[in-house]
Design a protein around this ligand. Sequence first.
Ligand code: MG
Length: 275
Amino acid sequence: MSYRKAFYVVCGLVVSLAALLVAQQKRPGYTDTAVLPGQEWHVHDSNRPHPRMVAPGKALGDAPSDATVLFDGKDLSRWMQQGKGADKGKVVDAKWTIANGYFEVAPGTGALITREKFGDVQLHIEWSEPTDIKGQDQDRGNSGVLLMDRYEIQVLDSWVNQTYADGQAGSLYGQWPPLVNPIRPPGQWQAYDIVFESPRFEGEKLVRSATATVFFNGVMVHLRKEILGTMVHRAVAKYSPHGDEEPLSLQDHGHKVRYRNVWIRRLQGYDQPER
Ligand code: MG
């Protein structure tokens, strides 16, 4: 083979290899398709960012890799309480009791409040009702999950216990009863999976109500239900302006309700994959 011929063969190989590399680097999809209505992307857009990887928990209900674990069975360091008596006006370490991987309301000590603040979130929380059944109506196993420290998803022993519908377990307290009652008997673990969209204020003015989607023991009981305002007893709830982020709190209603496996995910730009 002449030098010239060898030169052309080598050049051909280099060009072929480059073309192959370019073809391999081309992202799957299309850019010559129509633009999706209301979006900036073409149908099957090859340039559309891909959702980031999140490792799910090992078992159902376990925290995924991007969650903030608020209670892992060991300590309440991510929580605090408002001081009482000599500590009135101060923030104090959480006084609720911890045992066997759960924590329990310490009646009379007040609400448990996260040190961190949150806005739009996905929350997983498990709870269990006392087995020494006392009281009835609202006076049986009452506690609550208060998003932004004011919007309550009711926790109550609603197993063979009559109360008003908008106050039973799974209700948006005083506003919306759950669509069904999927509660388990006292002593068994129950789970809430909640997607909460925080309200939006412009100055003092409410421009978008909060909503809650709630799965109660895996059963959907609220679908993007509009929250009327801050939880209140015997009155119509209304909004008072507050920050974009507020703590999560758990209610002390004087009953020894237990909680475990609490984790939360911040939802930012939740209608689009993150960029
Ligand atoms: Mg309550």
